[in-house]
Design a protein around this ligand. Structure first.
Ligand code: NAD
Ligand code: ZN
Length: 385
């Protein structure tokens, strides 16, 4: 199977690895037809979430045609066209029963995570041994555990680009809105005009938000957001100070909800080791502090931007005194994807709006560079094996 694997800091490569095989009765092997690159892949690419081994296969947003299934698989059969979830749940454990699929106890046993967090996450595709050692889906063939839980059949009349992002970022954009409790009449501010932030704005309006301001420093992305999500307002933090500008735009009693769709990879000083007690020059919680500072009293914050390990210097005082609520998390994709698919079919959600680039899998390294540099108007890249 031809795959994209991690090489070293800002280097990916195209290599050939043995084709994956069914190893458990619940598995499926997928012949991949589309596989996207995610902001989460950039954390690995930039080594700000360190520890992914060299040559591990990357990618967690993929779909394709089922090639084979294990003897226990009931709802999926060879030939089905399916989207795969980025994280894998067993469907049976304490967490999966509560729909916390991203916390499944049975698909990842990372000691690093357990040491850092007290518990480990579910197994994710394409993060190497950091999250269970599951090879990724930026590949010709991919291996999926518990196929009945982690694959969603999609109708043939919807193109790959229409449904591919059900694998992660559409559910993640939805999850951000759920975590922040976005509802009718809310004024929402979103940090990050990447694919996740833009789809979070799209979902916020669908849920009845009155106003949405999206914040970034990449003018092209802000322009793009405005073009694709008509009612969205934009704020460039290179041009204006965010707290003052937001007040000016939304008034003193907003935002009701803030969404963090940036994550850790802008921290320049992450210590490349999982260690406690890191008093850093530039703290990765800067974005979070700005969000805590800007959100109105009694407001709500949804964090889907990815962090790993410790970040210090939280303005916990502002958080407490203002009576804020903050919720965060890796997305339990399977909790949302059936509803989201129905809304795509009904034309109410159009996640394909963020896809700007499509390249053959063999151009993977170039695709990573373009997505990371955000050049050529790049918002979301899809690789075609
Ligand atoms: P991306 O890197 O394409 O977009 C991030 C955007 O944030 C960029 O456009 C960047 O210019 C902007 N930005 C940087 N610093 C900022 C700041 N201080 N204020 C406002 N904007 C700033 O990534 P993406 O694919 O859109 O993903 C966004 C985040 O969501 C990543 O951290 C990713 O890991 C995370 N993610 C989480 C989940 C989950 O399950 N929780 C799933 C998918 C992605
Ligand atoms: Zn992703």
């Amino acid at each position: 199977s031809r795959v994209i694997s991690r090489n070293s800091y800002v280097h990916t490569q195209v290599i050939d690895v043995p084709k994956p095989k069914i190893t458990n009765p619940g598995d499926a092997i997928i012949k991949v037809t589309s596989s996207a690159i995610c902001g989460s892949d950039l954390h690995l690419y930039l080594n700000v979430i360190p520890g992914m081994e060299k040559n591990a296969v990357m990618g967690h947003e993929f779909m394709g045609i089922v090639e084979s299934v294990g003897s226990d698989v009931k709802n999926i059969k060879p030939g089905d066209r399916v989207v795969s979830s980025f994280e894998m749940g067993c469907g049976q454990c304490f967490y999966c029963k509560r729909q916390i699929y991203s916390g499944c106890d049975c698909t990842n046993f990372s000691e690093v995570e357990t040491k850092l967090y007290g518990h480990h996450t579910a197994g994710f595709h394409g993060y190497g041994t950091l999250t269970g050692g599951h090879p990724g889906g930026q590949a010709q063939f991919a291996h999926v555990l518990f196929a009945d839980v982690n694959l969603l059949k999609v109708p043939s009349h919807l193109s790959d680009s229409k449904v591919l992002l059900l694998s992660d970022i559409l559910p993640t954009a939805w999850h951000a809105n759920e975590l922040g409790g976005v509802g009718k009449g809310d004024r929402v501010a979103i940090w990050g005009a990447g694919p996740v932030g833009i789809l979070a704005a799209h979902c916020a309006f669908f849920r009845g938000a009155e106003r949405v301001v999206i914040i970034d420093e990449v003018a092209d992305r802000l322009r793009f957001a405005k073009e694709k999500v008509p009612k969205v307002e934009t704020l460039n933090f290179k041009e204006k100070k965010v707290p003052e500008a937001l007040k000016e735009m939304m008034g003193p009693y907003a935002p009701d909800v803030s969404i963090e769709a940036v994550g850790i990879h802008y921290c320049k000083s992450w210590v490349h080791k999982f260690e406690m007690a890191t008093m850093l020059e530039t703290d990765p919680s800067e974005t979070l502090n700005e969000i805590i500072f800007c959100t109105r009293k009694g407001g709500r914050i949804g964090v889907v931007g990815a962090y790993a390990g410790f970040t210090n210097h939280y303005n916990i005082g502002a958080f407490m005194e203002k009576g804020l609520t903050m919720a965060a998390g890796q997305t339990p994709v399977q909790k949302y994807w059936k509803d989201l698919l129905r809304w795509i079919e009904e034309g109410k959600l159009t996640p394909d709006m963020v896809i700007t680039h499509e390249l053959p899998l063999s151009k993977g390294p170039e695709a990573y560079k373009t997505f990371n540099d955000k050049t050529g108007g790049c918002v979301k890249v899809v690789l075609k094996p």
